[in-house]
Design a protein around this ligand. Sequence first.
Ligand SMILES: NC(=O)c1ccc[n+]([C@@H]2O[C@H](COP(=O)([O-])OP(=O)(O)OC[C@H]3O[C@@H](n4cnc5c(N)ncnc54)[C@H](OP(=O)(O)O)[C@@H]3O)[C@@H](O)[C@H]2O)c1
Length: 372
Amino acid sequence: MRPQVVGVLSRSQGAFDEILDASDLIVELMGGLDPARDYVLEAMRAGRHVVTANKQLLAHHGEELWATAREHGVQLRFEGAVAGVVPVIRVIQESLAGSHVERIHGIVNGTTNYILSEMAGRGLSYEAALADAQRLGYAEADPTDDVTGRDAAAKMAILARLAFDTPVHIDQVRYEGIEHITPADLAYARDLGLGLKLIGTAERVDGGLSVRVHPAFLYGGHPLASVHGPYNAVTVESPAITEITMSGPGAGGPQTATAVLGDVISAMIPPASTPETTHSLPIVEDVTSAFYIRMEVADRPGVLAQIAEVLGLQGASIKTLVQHGLGDDARLAMTVHPILESRLFAALRLIGRLDFMRSEPRAIRVIEEEFV
Ligand SMILES: NC(=O)c1ccc[n+]([C@@H]2O[C@H](COP(=O)([O-])OP(=O)(O)OC[C@H]3O[C@@H](n4cnc5c(N)ncnc54)[C@H](OP(=O)(O)O)[C@@H]3O)[C@@H](O)[C@H]2O)c1
């Protein structure tokens, strides 16, 4: 059986009702929430399978859409919505359906990974790397969704929903972007033997679930540390399988079209399941992480001791420390052992008020696992 296109809808051509009447399956690639949500719901209520690449739609309205698909016995497929052509949805929904997933880490935004790779490799500023990404078509004219981490947050909401069988709305995903990363952060990362990536995490924590996106340092042995340029990669950890990593092109016309066509063909062969809610895990806000901290301070006796004391009072212990002189000032780059994020940030707020500080202290999480 070969699929045939019976009609195309854009803002200037095509009639949705006519296309719906003539089709067995609807492909939604208009993006956005409205009217995409209405069209997708109407198609499924009319008994049509739907294929979409719309991560924002799923991250906002996934529960309603999956419930409608189940109710009407149709398939809703969305491989192109996360990591482009990399088959992460299929693998989590089907291949790993029998495993107890503990954690997912993902580089799920190619734009930010390209920008960070260029900053690390060529020493470019954030602004120069973003301009390059825009010139090469890796970043949109308005890159806000990508650089703030919002695009990655939507994708992590979808992955978490599937891996942990629990509803996850995009509003429950905390996200930070890469706009404040400087070439100095990447230079220190190199000094400390680390790589810097925008990482999405979904993991079980204390009987709940934490889903978040933020820049993080990775040791060289982590499978995501070697993912450079506009590529995406997702690592799934589970006791039964240790970890598997899937990587490849995360966006682009032909790549996304390949994922969409794969879904169309899959929908034409016997049905796959639509996700059901089997748990209702609480969302955990405060989690433990190792950190890299950068501070600019006056270079005078006693400064380090005071910083160490404030960190120590909050339970943070320093793992590595590098100091660079800047005339009368000094730049400190340190890593600290895992600590509750709230405690680390409380210490940094106190340190930020000390009179020898030359700027706000900056903190970036460090993912410590290595798989070698
Ligand atoms: N591009 C990628 O690499 C990529 C990767 C993964 C996922 N996606 C997802 O794929 C979807 C499409 O992205 P894209 O980059 O292809 O966007 P795009 O270039 O803006 O294309 C959107 C298409 O939808 C049509 N459209 C928009 N609003 C419409 C409306 N109200 N009624 C009818 N037609 C409408 C537009 O046609 P007219 O302007 O002629 O009306 C255009 O053909 C988004 O959900 C995006 O997140 C894209």
